[in-house]
Every structure is written in structure tokens, then in C-alpha cells.
Design a protein around this ligand. Sequence first.
Ligand SMILES: [Zn+2]
Length: 60
Amino acid sequence: MAHGAHRSPLLPPHPDLTAARDCEQCLGWGTVVTRDGAHELCRSCQPDAADDEGTDPTGP
Ligand SMILES: [Zn+2]
């Protein structure tokens, strides 16, 4: 999992489709499209969507 540092403008990050299956926000996609047209993890069902820093204690 060391290759997930960069983001693709076309492909969404790795959503948990199992968690997204019953989600009404993303309709099971696990991702939502922002106003910029970019995909981002659905904050309703994806636990990693809130903060990308994760375990990095040096983040703001
Ligand atoms: Zn969702």
C-alpha cells in the first residue's frame, strides 16, 4: 500500500464498496463527484474520507 500517495484526477480513490452498498449519498459507488468534477471518497460511508493524513502526527 505504498503507492497510494498520489491521486488520479480520473479514477477515484479506493472506496470500500461493501460499506457503500447501502449508502444513499453515493448510491453504492463509495465516491462522490465534487463541484470540480473530481471524485472523492463519500464522507457518509467511507471511514477514511474525513482526513487523508490518517496516522500522520505532523499534519496540521
Ligand atoms: Zn457513501
